[in-house]
Design a protein around this ligand. Sequence first.
Ligand SMILES: Nc1ncnc2c1ncn2[C@@H]1O[C@H](COP(=O)(O)OP(=O)(O)OP(=O)(O)O)[C@@H](O)[C@H]1O
Length: 257
Amino acid sequence: MLLQTEGLTKSFGGLTAVDQVDFGIEKGKITAIIGPNGAGKSTFFNLISGFHPPSQGKIVYNGTDITKMKSYEIAKLGIARTFQTTHLFEQSTVLENVIIGHRLRTKSGLFDAIFRTPRLKREEAACREKASEVIEFVGLKDVENQLVSDISQEAKKRTAFALALATDPEIVFLDEPAAGVNPEETDGLADLMRKMVDKGITVCIIEHKMQMIMSLADKIMVLNYGKKIAEGTPEEIRNNKAVIQAYLGGGDDATAD
Ligand SMILES: Nc1ncnc2c1ncn2[C@@H]1O[C@H](COP(=O)(O)OP(=O)(O)OP(=O)(O)O)[C@@H](O)[C@H]1O
């Protein structure tokens, strides 16, 4: 397993958002995390990417215990995540957004910026090159100089992917990559995820669009009230009684596409 959690738990006051979750993510595969609203999916992502410290349990990545690491240390190991498109700078271009995102993760500090050191110049050139490469990869070359406020929701999603890819990750965590886009655009984003896997990147997604998940994922984990209630192939999950009960019982919208 590329990434493994053991007894992973997060409590917020009296509420256990993630409850004793043991789960493994296999290298080179697409893994999906599903579950009714409030099931703990985003919190699970936040624990893995170091945005919240776990209350209990362990996270092991490539043999390294990352449980207590800070988010920037985890990012350096090759773990990336996307944020909602609302995190993009609307009044900057696609290219600028990707460059800024990349710059935030490179090393030079205020000293370099004031004195325009060779290191800064080298890093700027490398950032531009990398940004250009990932923009091409996600299919946004033709809109790279447009303001984010002027591009479609699908293109914003692709920009969010590009931001994550600019750090050269081994694994990317995508939080609802297809929320708010139409079925055709959803297919395009699914193709992009497959292309990422073909490039050797391991993909883990949270998504409510079941049709997409069922055709895309190699493995699915289902959370409900913070607990893992099932894991398996799409076929196994489709026929799992506990899963059907969780969705029907919760009146969730997850079956709608
Ligand atoms: N920072 C926080 N402080 C307190 N409670 C939180 C915090 N983050 C999440 N929660 C709670 O933890 C539970 C799980 O939330 P989480 O966002 O992880 O669920 P989710 O499965 O991603 O839901 P959705 O599908 O609606 O996005 C919810 O009850 C939520 O209110």
